[in-house]
Design a protein around this ligand. Structure first.
Ligand code: SF4
Ligand code: SF4
Length: 358
């Protein structure tokens, strides 16, 4: 049976207030109110941005959605977990301060930011699943404990997952630190001769896996946790992943962790993809030079996390006339791994019916 995916056109040029109104219109038209009950603790999963990257979905754009949850008398809170990377989202204190600076706060939205994985990203709950790679996944404790979820994903490209949207927001973005490490565990970078020995990767590696040799940096693959920080910080493009070798495993892991996030919340979670400001890399990249790879399209929403991602990928590809790997210039990647695996493990369906809202 197909899943309904609701769609409304919008663009950054509409302005934040109109984008918020359109997201709210979508929520109402889709009848999502039935997914939330009075008194629910409802996680509103977002990405609060990673400065100086400025292409994340801004807090006023989700105000209408928060107002819908408040009108339903739930107890919504802005939720995001600690990142593996060093930076402003590495622990709950710095993350909350950043969220506040970016307007994900009581003043702008009327609800607080709460890290569902605790101060250090270690507050986790083991969820049993019947996955191909995992029989248990480690999810942020308060994501598991809350009764409902409203997920807001910014659709972007991604250097390993190829497309980052709802499945990645759930799988990676709602896992504990250990859960994230497990997802990345198959990926190991190496350093090419373009290395200038600047030392940035050495300074940022959370696992102390990097040493500076005579001609280039070296990575100890036994210590490396595959977090990708060295790839992100190297200004010389000297740290490489063999993406083609491992991205399939990462994407399957993401899908299986997403399954753990929604387990027990069937019909109690809704998933929004904002397909605007679509950049080649995801919002975790702390770079200013993020440029759009496709014109703004709009907002997609569904109670099916697989269908909403499939519909978003399909429309980005049809509007641009290119596949996402072509848009990213990375032919080895393929976004279908996570979608097809998610469908295979019962997270949702790729068979969708697109319903456009005026
Ligand atoms: S950040 Fe890049 S250039 Fe600098 S030491 Fe590491 S690999 Fe070499
Ligand atoms: S060497 Fe491994 S652990 Fe260290 S930053 Fe790179 S990917 Fe992360």
């Amino acid at each position: 049976m197909s899943s309904k995916v609701f769609f409304i056109k919008t663009a950054i040029s509409d302005g934040q207030e109109l984008i918020s109104q359109k997201a709210r219109q979508l929520f109402k038209a889709a009848g999502f109110a039935t997914c939330f009950k009075q008194g629910d603790f409802t996680a509103v999963k977002v990405h609060v941005g990673e400065p100086p990257n400025n292409t994340y979905i801004k807090s006023p754009c989700i105000k209408g959605l928060v107002q819908e949850l408040l009108a339903l008398k739930t107890k919504p809170f802005i939720a995001d977990t600690s990142a593996l990377y060093t930076g402003r989202r590495h622990n709950a204190i710095d993350h909350a301060i950043l969220a506040n600076e970016h307007g994900f706060n009581i003043s702008v939205l009327g609800i607080p930011f709460i890290a569902p994985d605790g101060l250090f990203g270690t507050s986790e709950t083991s969820v049993q699943i019947d996955g191909e790679l995992n029989k248990e996944v480690l999810i942020a404790s308060d994501i598991v404990r809350c009764q409902s979820i409203l997920s807001v994903a910014h659709f972007t490209g991604h250097p390993a997952a190829c497309a980052a949207a709802t499945l990645k927001t759930l799988g990676m973005g709602c896992s504990s630190r250990k859960g994230k490490m497990r997802q990345h565990s198959a990926m190991r970078p190496n350093v090419s001769n373009d290395c200038t020995l600047c030392g940035d990767c050495f300074d940022h590696c959370p696992a102390e896996a990097i040493t500076l040799g005579d001609v280039k940096a070296n990575i100890d693959s036994d210590k490396c946790i595959g977090c990708g920080e060295c790839v992100a910080v190297c200004r010389f493009g000297a740290v490489k992943y063999d993406w083609g070798a491992e991205d399939r495993i990462l994407q399957k892991n993401i899908a299986e962790h997403a399954l753990g996030v929604v387990k027990g919340k069937e019909n109690r979670a809704v998933f929004f993809n904002f397909v605007i400001s679509v950049t080649g890399d995801c919002d975790c990249f702390d770079r200013q030079d993020m440029s759009k790879i496709v014109d703004d399209i709009g907002i997609f929403a569904s109670t099916d996390p697989v269908a909403v991602d499939k519909a978003s990928i399909d429309i980005v590809q049809s509007r641009s006339g290119k596949t996402i790997p072509q848009l990213l210039g990375k032919d080895k990647l393929d976004p279908r791994y996570q979608i097809e695996h998610a469908e295979h493990i019962g997270l949702g369906t790729t068979d969708y019916q697109l319903i456009e809202i005026d």
